[in-house]
Design a protein around this ligand. Structure first.
Ligand SMILES: [Ca+2]
Length: 312
């Protein structure tokens, strides 16, 4: 009996400790955490030789397959960001068709794959917000590897696709000569080959930059098998929300792709040409910081009102 009672007390003590640990987590608005480590998390394939050299662009490296979903904590907190009151959402592109919306009002939808190294990487905030009561804050530090991102599902490459999102760069978001992504349409690679973005929005110096890479190679393993174009489309603003609409009227590995980019409702990029790799699955969206290589500076930014709409 006494041994049994002692055992019972021990179980109670362990349970109390566990409860205490849970209590300690309250108030820590961390979205989710994956196993820490530099660069990609998960079973990333080894880059092909000669395929990771630095370039003036933020070069993608082969990326990890989606890792197990990390559940976000629905905690919200005030943030140090500078709020800008705003009642209306951004203009949206293609209407109708299949759609996905994320406003971060109830945590992260289960379809997201969170690629964060650390507790500081993300949290929900009540200010600034673009719509509703919450937005997602993402923080990247130089020791975090090459990314702090959330990744969505692949789209249908045979259907027009519109990615919309609002992003807030705080006032201390300083220009840097090293570019990095804040949005990617990332190539899916169910059969191996080179990963990386095929379309994206970057910041470089004080500019927004549209980034495209395409290839009709059936099993692209080197960047040289693709074509890359970057286009600066105007200075970024800090201390307020910026609304992006990336409208792909046609995904293509060749010359007949159609890509349009709107910033705050203004068409800033309208180009015909390739916008994807030759993959069976369409690209999938990613939001957050991706440097291609680890960055030497820290970044914090905010996202809200993300949507993905596929037309007929
Ligand atoms: Ca929201």
């Amino acid at each position: 009996m006494r041994r049994g009672s002692r055992h019972y007390l021990a179980v109670l003590a362990v349970a109390a400790l566990a409860l205490g640990a849970c209590d300690e987590l309250e108030g820590q608005p961390v979205v989710s955490v994956q196993p820490p480590g530099p660069g990609d998390t998960g079973p990333a394939p080894t880059p092909p030789p000669g395929d990771t050299a630095a370039s003036p662009e933020a070069e993608p490296s082969p990326e990890a397959e989606p890792s197990p979903e990390a559940e976000p904590s629905p905690e919200a907190t005030d943030s140090p960001g500078t709020p800008t009151p705003s009642e209306e959402g951004p203009p949206r592109g293609a209407g109708g068709g299949d759609g996905f919306h994320e406003g971060f009002e109830n945590g992260l939808a289960s379809t997201w794959n969170a690629q964060f190294c650390c507790q500081h990487s993300s949290r929900f905030v009540t200010s600034p917000v673009r719509a509703g009561a919450r937005a997602l804050e993402i923080t990247y530090r130089p020791s975090d590897g090459e990314r702090a991102e959330i990744a969505g599902d692949s789209v249908d490459r045979n259907r027009p696709t519109t990615f919309s999102f609002s992003v807030f760069l705080p006032q201390d978001f300083a220009p840097q000569s090293k570019d990095h992504f804040i949005f990617q349409a990332h190539s899916s690679k169910p059969h191996g080959g080179l990963g990386g973005p095929n379309l994206g929005i970057q910041v470089v110096d004080d500019q927004w930059q549209v980034w495209r890479r395409w290839s009709d190679h059936p099993q692209m393993t080197k960047r040289s098998q693709g074509t890359t174009e970057t286009t600066r489309v105007g200075a970024f603003a800090t201390g307020r929300w910026t609304d992006f609409v990336i409208q792909i009227d046609r995904w293509s590995t060749g010359d007949d792709g159609v890509t349009k980019v709107y910033v705050d409702g203004e068409l800033v990029h309208d180009v015909r040409g390739g916008n994807m790799y030759n993959r069976q699955l369409g690209p999938y969206p990613k939001f957050g910081i991706y440097g291609g290589d680890p960055l030497r500076f820290s970044r914090t930014l905010y996202y809200d009102e993300i949507s993905v709409v596929q037309g007929p």
